[in-house]
Design a protein around this ligand. Structure first.
Ligand SMILES: Cc1ncc(C[n+]2csc(CCOP(=O)(O)OP(=O)(O)O)c2C)c(N)n1
Ligand SMILES: [Mg+2]
Length: 360
């Protein structure tokens, strides 16, 4: 028999890109409709995030921040997706997705308090539609399907977007969430930031699927693989996914990206699982370098503007840190007290014990 019964589904999942590595437009038809001001804002956010990330890493090393997962390399993937949202849309982030939260309105000083494990960092201001970052891999995906369905049922023109990594795409929750959203026509967008590694596990060992995007096929939802270091492509794909979501079709967006730093600052050493050649390959695709070239060619960006943003980012980090420092030191009773309206007996006992200790 000469019929090929098993066709490769990944052939339908070419990488979508608009800018090449030199910042030249290679897909004019897909160019999103963004004003000069909006393009400038995108560039500003990329630079701002790179600087804030550098500052956060050094603050962590000085012992002034706690948990931190570096984002350099992934800025286009993070910022391009968030930029395509409406203010009222809901974000369900993972631990690395702090930039999307901050650009959606979550105050930077609270992000720093979250990093320190302080309860104030977990109190989301009214009107800021984000949930707290999930540390449990994949847990936010089923929740996103539920939030999306809730938005639909209440008749709102809002979507829920959630983020996970290549590692997260192996979790059962990932399939459940996508399938549920598809079946209930819930306005959800699932972003998998494929930075090629789940801590030290390469994506090639994670799954035999050639793309993560193709995993959308089984759920009957849209799937697209995007060059996640091309902010315009990421933005355009998310913008379209939002329209589709509101029409009852969720989308899985796989962004191909890379984290330049370690997994977190808790001590992993990327040189033990990545080669210099691989690092170089992705440095050559740097989302900032690429978009900067595009912006400079359009006459919309220059060194002065860049320096202004760098100074602003440094000043904002300094101010946010000062504000975080003003927060009263957290007591054990503080975090027991925020857990439940009426405490169960065992926690009540702990509360009594710590109330007594803290009053000494
Ligand atoms: C359910 C669960 N299993 C294991 C872990 C430990 N863990 C933390 S991050 C991580 C890797 C996640 O990789 P990926 O999804 O690719 O996201 P990335 O960190 O690369 O952004 C693991 C295994 C966890 N937090 N939760
Ligand atoms: Mg990963």
């Amino acid at each position: 028999m000469n019929v090929n019964m098993f066709k490769n589904v990944e052939e339908n999942f070419e990488t979508f890109r608009i800018l090449d590595e030199k910042g030249e437009v290679v897909n004019k038809d897909a160019m999103p409709d963004l004003s000069d001001e909006e393009l400038t804002e995108l560039m500003r956010r990329l630079v701002y995030t790179r600087i804030w990330d550098q500052r956060a890493i050094s603050l962590n090393r000085q012992g002034r921040l706690g948990f931190y997962a570096p984002v350099a390399g992934q800025e286009a993937s993070m910022i391009g997706t968030q930029f395509a949202l409406d203010k009222d849309d809901w974000i369900l982030p993972g631990y690395r997705d702090i930039p999307q939260m901050v650009f959606h309105g979550f105050p930077l000083y609270k992000a720093f308090l979250f990093s320190r494990g302080h309860i104030t960092g977990g109190k989301i201001p009214e009107g800021v539609n984000v949930l707290m970052p999930q540390i449990i891999i994949g847990a936010q995906i089923v929740q996103a399907a539920g939030v999306a369905l809730g938005l639909k049922k209440s008749g709102k023109e809002q979507v829920a977007i959630t983020y996970t990594g290549d590692g997260g795409s192996s979790q059962g929750d990932f399939y459940e969430g996508m399938n549920f959203a598809g079946a209930f026509k819930a306005p959800a967008i699932f972003v998998v930031q494929n930075n090629r590694f789940a801590i030290s596990t390469p994506v090639e060992k994670q799954s035999m699927a050639k793309t993560i995007a193709q995993k959308a096929v089984a759920a009957g939802i849209n799937g697209i693989q995007v060059d996640g270091m091309d902010v315009l492509a990421v933005y355009a794909a998310t913008k379209q996914a939002r329209v589709e979501a509101l029409n009852g079709v969720p989308t899985l967006i796989e962004t191909l990206t890379y984290r330049y730093g370690p997994h977190t600052l808790a001590g992993d050493d990327p040189t033990r699982y990545r080669t210099k050649d691989m690092d170089d390959e992705y440095q050559a695709q740097d989302p900032l370098v690429r978009f900067r070239a595009f912006m400079e060619a359009k006459g919309l960006w220059n060194e002065d503007k860049e320096n202004e943003v760098i100074e602003q980012a440094k000043a904002d980090v300094k101010e946010a840190l000062a504000q975080a420092d003003k927060e009263p030191k957290q007591k054990v009773t503080d975090f027991i007290n925020v857990m439940a309206e009426k405490l169960p007996q065992n926690l009540q006992e702990q509360l009594d014990e710590y109330t007594a200790k803290e009053s000494k």
